[in-house]
Design a binder for this molecule. Sequence first.
Ligand code: NAD
Ligand code: TDX
Length: 331
Amino acid sequence: MRLLVTGGAGFIGSNFVLLTARERPDVQITVLDALTYAGDRSSLAPVAGSVELVEGDITDAALVDRLVGESDLVVHFAAESHNDNSLRDPSPFVQTNLIGTFTLLEAVRKHEVRFHHISTDEVYGDLELDDPAKFTADTPYNPSSPYSSTKAGSDLLVRAWARSFGVQATISNCSNNYGPYQHIEKFIPRQITNLIDGVRPRLYGAGENVRDWIHVDDHNSGVWAIIDRGRIGETYLIGADGEKNNLEVVQALLTAFGRPEDDFDHVTDRAGHDLRYAIDASKLRDELGWEPRYTDFAAGLEATVDWYRANEAWWRPAKAATEAKYSAAGH
Ligand code: NAD
Ligand code: TDX
């Protein structure tokens, strides 16, 4: 099988490629990635000999048409992915997340290629802290940020192309991922790399916002379950019952570094900051028999801390510029 992975040099995409190369040696993998600030060729170093990396943009219709024409399956991770960046400059979010997804959809329509679209739980907006309901595939869309609204728009394009043009597509909406190769602009690796540098973690607002954490390998095993056994045209939510507020996560990291639990700073809150995300993944569990493997968050977090300690050469070059952007925004 010939697999095209967009965004395969980013956090989740590179972990997907590494997992696939490990567990499915028969799959021939090509990565299409623009190598933006968030993409890193070295994340694919372990499979450099067997995976082709094409450096290019998903809005490049001619390139996308050629690569899709040579594939049996497209898994679409490429996106601008960071909320704080989308508040500073939404333009690349509209370009990549909307126009890029449209470009891929036109190519899979023409070549009749199976398509899996990677999306986020943020399309559903946020929940109250005490709301007993969680997000399901029937929750109405209600995105808050330029990032989540462009992801929501991309999901709707996929649904329309599936219904109106018969594109063989599935969609997954996953909760917050953690694990190796995550860019240090994101919450957990930002605090880990701060702590390695002896800098106090930075908590937005009071730290009461809740995220539903899942290990990146559990996300990607869910994606494969949907590709293998999912029903065409369907949306599946991926989550592993990992709700934690940001204060709890910072305290767990401080503990892992042997520092006092109050050794952090409160900084300016994010504009429009979503309060809580929570996933009901029973459709994926019951219909497709998927189960997460990384159910011990503290252990997963410690393994992630170890990875950042052992791979300083991977993240160090981006640290100063990432923190300079945050300082300018009061974060
Ligand atoms: P990331 O920012 O780490 O990686 C994105 C990758 O896409 C990078 O390699 C980048 O170079 C590439 N890219 C960006 N624009 C491109 C373009 N125009 N053409 C080609 N390549 C381009 O993101 P991530 O955290 O790995 O997220 C991957 C996907 O998963 C995204 O679609 C995101 O919305 C979704 N998602 C992420 C999370 C999370 O917690 N990180 C949760 C749910 C869903
Ligand atoms: O320094 C920080 N301090 C802090 O308190 C940073 C960077 C973040 N935060 C808070 C904001 C959020 O409540 O931590 C939480 C997580 O922040 P991010 O890592 O920026 O993630 P989030 O905005 O929740 O979005 C992530 O999950 C869903 C991914 O970046 C998205 O791509 C995905 O769709």
